[in-house]
Write a protein that binds this ligand. Structure first.
Ligand code: IMP
Length: 197
């Protein structure tokens, strides 16, 4: 069974392929193998964006498609940047600019609680789809630390940890991340799909 991962974000792609690699009977395809339409993230929620991406790409390519939308919710910012996490510092902003803007927004507060949330969706070309959500609680560090991961990882300290996600290293991040938890929710349906051929 071939399943397409509908993301071009290299950090996400690496994590998704690593987390789901142990499901037998699935050959994973990526947008490097199959041309995928660009899907504008016009939804108001992570769930609506992930459903839109997965269903649009599955319908266009004819492959079962896994898509994921994720974001960082900061309590002191009333849940921002949330669904806008990728573009927090502007349309063309890179991860470093987003991190700088987040640190500036929290400069005057000791309330550092936050969570990462991910919604994963598996869609079939016939329109059926399944969703699963995962989150990871933690807090925002005072300065970036660590060279691993992507996005806000250098600023995010998972609950019970002293290291940021970027300091944990990729193997360890993949055991506890919001992405791992969301993708684990899709395991039964992926395994059933693989068994059915
Ligand atoms: P999107 O799902 O493509 O809209 O982008 C999600 C954005 O949320 C990323 O560009 C990051 O800024 C942030 N994000 C989501 N998951 C993670 C993560 O695991 N680590 C760090 N940042 C993340």
């Amino acid at each position: 069974m071939r399943v397409l991962v509908g993301t071009t974000n290299p950090g996400k792609l690496r994590e998704i392929l690593h987390i789901l690699a142990d499901i037998p009977g699935i050959e994973w395809l990526t947008p490097r193998d199959i041309p995928c339409p660009e899907v504008a993230e016009t939804g108001a929620t992570l769930t609506s964006n992930a459903i839109l991406k997965a269903r649009t790409i599955a319908a266009a390519t004819g492959y079962p498609t896994l898509a994921e939308d994720s974001g960082l919710e900061v309590d002191a910012l009333d849940g921002a940047p949330g669904v806008h996490s990728a573009r927090y510092a502007g349309e063309l902003a890179d991860h470093a600019a987003n991190n700088r803007k987040l640190l500036a927004a929290l400069a005057d507060t000791s309330e550092r609680r936050a969570r990462f949330r991910a919604v994963a969706v598996l869609a079939l070309p016939d329109g059926r789809f399944w969703t699963a959500e995962g989150f990871l609680n933690g807090q925002i560090a005072r300065e970036p630390r660590g060279g691993g991961g992507f996005g806000y990882d250098p600023l995010f300290i998972p609950a019970g940890e002293t290291r940021t996600l970027a300091e944990l290293g990729l193997e360890e991040k993949d055991t506890l991340s919001h992405r791992r938890r969301a993708l684990d929710g899709l395991r039964p349906v992926l395994a059933a799909l693989a068994r059915s051929g």
